[in-house]
Design a binder for this molecule. Structure first.
Ligand code: BG6
Length: 454
């Protein structure tokens, strides 16, 4: 048992959830900058522009833009071999449709990558992680085919600039989120399935163009997709439950089918036919999807769900309600069912289906941490959670033969929650002194999970 020698162990963040500096060095507004803070019971509000008096957590977040050297030094101290992070599109193209990139934004990420490389940490980069320049909404964002060109300009600039520094790229974070939360997935206002499927289609094409560009011009690069870990068990062995579960899972898995196989699966095409959904296909699209098959499949894994005949999925506040509970699993305070074995199950599901390298780029426990009088944070619950998941990855690699190439824990340093906008839903090994209203010293400290405790 054990992990491959070059296994990419590390941590993960997303720009809008950690950087802050939301208007610094020429950055424009993005879709996350107009999302207020919420909680496990209050939904985040999306405002029309920035409204005085409202609190927007992305504006300061944990100030990683200013603290990145200190933060990366702490990652190195923990022995990270990889840092999964995202580039904030609006730092590079402030309005999304600018003709020239913003040099200050590009320079910032050069500095971040150089800092990683200094410690032998491999940057693993998400090109678009829940942050789309707000300027693109005037085009209807991803509902408009034109946005593929803006994304392509952005990607071309990134690949050209960071060639030699960044090998691993992911085109869109949790691309299947387009079916549930289109605003997060790409600043898309969508009330119909037709709109969501059109936007997803455009993202598939954009991703395929990025893969193709890398394959043609930068052969050392590996470009992957990123799936938001939706996995479910049938509620019972009643065939109705099993079939309902399978059908509901297809709503998410088809995103992986398209990106890993290069074409839409028949079950989805049949569904489109039944529902009258028409994809805006143009000449050459089919070939592009095929040529743009991804090099690896990365995904987030936090929980499993139960689907059955009566499932009516609701993902408000970032917690999935399916109408069913799994009596064998405990849940976090945010309603996420903790299921380490489900991780092995999911790894096998994907490897059986696609036989391409897999990467777990998010996993971890969001919890309220208590700071003791002496400043210590005893997060044994987090250590246990991660240990159990790591054991299952070990089995997937060594018993099942899954080609798993990396594991980056989510929010390796405490960051803003994407689902609720809270700071108090913490995942980190590193504690950041800032609260749900953005108040605090922003000082960093080591939790027990950081690993310095003997
Ligand atoms: C994933 C996202 O869905 O889950 C991250 O890619 C997010 O951006 C993470 O932060 C954890 O969710 P939350 O709501 O606890 O922040």
């Amino acid at each position: 048992m054990g992990f491959p020698k070059n296994f990419l162990w590390g941590g993960a963040t997303a720009a809008n959830q950690c950087e802050g500096a939301y208007l610094t060095d020429g950055k424009g507004l993005n879709s996350a900058d107009v999302m207020t803070a919420g909680s496990a019971t209050v939904e985040r509000e999306r405002t029309d522009g920035i409204i005085e008096g409202k609190y927007y957590p992305s504006h300061d977040a944990i100030k990683h833009y200013d603290y990145f050297k200190e933060d990366i030094a702490m990652f190195a101290e923990m022995g990270f071999k990889a840092y999964r992070m995202s580039i904030n599109w609006a730092r590079i193209f402030p309005n999304g449709d600018d003709s020239e990139p913003n040099e200050a934004g590009l320079k910032h990420y050069d500095d971040v990558f150089d800092e990683c490389i200094k410690y032998g940490i491999e940057p693993v980069v998400t090109i678009s992680h829940y942050e789309t320049p707000l300027g693109l909404t005037k085009y209807g964002s991803w509902k408009n085919r034109k946005v593929i060109d803006f994304y392509y300009n952005y990607v071309s600039v990134l690949f050209d600039r960071y060639n030699g520094k960044v090998k691993y790229w992911m085109t869109f974070n949790e691309i299947n989120c387009m079916s549930m939360m289109p605003w997060m997935a790409g600043a898309v206002e969508a009330s119909t399935e037709q709109e969501r499927m059109t936007a997803a289609y455009h993202q598939f094409l954009a991703s395929a163009k990025a893969v193709k560009l890398a394959h043609e011009k930068y052969p050392a690069m590996k470009v992957g997709m990123m799936y938001g870990g939706m996995f479910a068990y049938p509620n019972s062995c009643n065939p109705n439950d099993v079939i309902a579960c399978n059908n509901a899972m297809r709503d998410f898995l088809f995103y992986c089918d398209v990106q890993c196989r290069g074409y839409y699966p028949n079950y989805k095409l049949k569904e489109f036919e039944r529902e009258g959904i028409v994809l805006p296909v143009e000449d050459g699209d089919k070939e592009l999807l095929l040529e743009g098959k991804v090099d690896f499949l990365a995904y987030s894994y936090y929980f499993t769900m139960v689907f059955g005949e009566k499932t009516n999925l609701n993902v408000e506040f970032g917690s999935p309600e399916t109408g069913y509970e799994n009596p064998y699993l405990k849940k976090t305070k945010w309603g996420w069912a903790i299921d380490p074995q489900g991780l092995r199950y999911s790894l096998n599901l994907f490897y059986d289906r696609y036989q391409i390298p897999l990467m777990i780029v998010e996993n971890g426990l969001g919890a309220h941490d208590l700071v003791e009088a002496d400043g210590a944070i005893h997060d044994d619950y987090r250590i246990d959670y991660l240990r159990e998941h790591i054991k299952e990855m070990d089995k997937a690699i060594n018993i099942d033969g899954v080609d798993l190439i990396g594991y980056t824990t989510w929010g390796c340093i405490d960051i803003v929650s994407a689902g609720t906008g809270e700071m108090s839903k913490r995942y980190g090994f590193i504690y950041v002194d800032v609260d749900d209203e953005g108040k605090g010293t922003f000082a960093r400290s080591r939790k027990d999970s950081f690993g310095t405790k003997k």
